[in-house]
Design a protein around this ligand. Sequence first.
Ligand code: PLP
Length: 392
Amino acid sequence: MTKNLSERSIQLQPSAFAKFFAEAVELQRSGEDVIHLHVGEPDATTPKHIIEAAKTAMEEGFTHYTPPGGLFELREAISKKLKNDNDIDSDPSDEICVLSGGYNALYCAFQALIDPGDEVLIPEPCLPQYWGDVTLAGGVVAPVRLMETQQFKPDLNDLKSQVNKKTKMVLLNSPQNPTGSILTKEDMNSIAQIVESNDLFVISDEVYEKFLYGDFTHTSFASIPGMKERTLTINSFSKTYAMTGWRVGYAAGNSELIGKIRALSEHTGWSPNSIAQKAAIAALKGSQDCVREMVEEFRKRRSIITGGLNNIDGFSCTAPNGAFYVFPNTEKINSSSMELAQILLRKAKVAVVPGIAFGPQGEGKIRFSFANSKENIKEALERISQTIKDII
Ligand code: PLP
């Protein structure tokens, strides 16, 4: 143990997700045929016209630093998108900041908003990075339980009862990772009342906004009357355009906060990748058919995986309304989510994420991503079914 580590870094534990990712990759490297249902990214390659824009940028020598906050042309395209898709007015000159992915945006946002001891209400199970980011900023996570019996939506009484003098803000994520739940406009309106009456701020993480099934539409929290000034909207190109490796995301909010986030981003990499920003411009300005086609394909996979899991003893799930994850209850199987995920990886050679990786409320559940081909999903279901027969 080195004595040089900071208290902050000592507090940070590698996530259970990172552990599983490493083990699945290792197993694959040793020659095993692992089916990856743990990944949080579309399996499709980035659409061709986006790749072409990046190639052109490189060939034209667009290979230098860009200003912190991102290219103006990209911020303008984001501003138009926010108006058209999200009903949010934002000035590209000072109300939008482009960052190296949604993770970078979240990190800078918490650094800009949280003082030591501030509490952040976070519906949980949730993206583990929220906990890490809040902790690194000196804040405290106040988890708001997401219950299967309430379609994994925050209980408003629970939310209200947790507000105290230290509560600074609420984190909303709709569609939600890992449960796939959606907050409707009515849900948002009710949350807005709590936010308003307690003078809270909101970070709204909307990276899965395009992954919606059934008749659901996406509502941005900042579009709820009176909420724009109280909300920082976070979004990314990663999921919508299958661009996880490019690392482009953004934050939109009031100019004072965006100015601070831009200043912070100078210390976490200076500026986003120049070539990836050109690709992101092409993504927003080009045809959106690629997005619709991908979501249509995901819709079919969603039926296969939910139907298939419900046919396996010990698993039960409802079809998610958004994102690309199913989060079945596995409490009938006599193993912790960590043990079960290990069995599925080592015996069935199917990589998944144990629910506990998303917080205590995730225990007794497993996250399956359906960002994999229909054939692989069917094969994985078959293997899981065989493996479970031996242990149940
Ligand atoms: N927010 C949520 C809910 C996510 O699931 C992820 C990634 O999985 C991110 C943000 C960050 O994505 P990126 O940094 O690739 O934009």
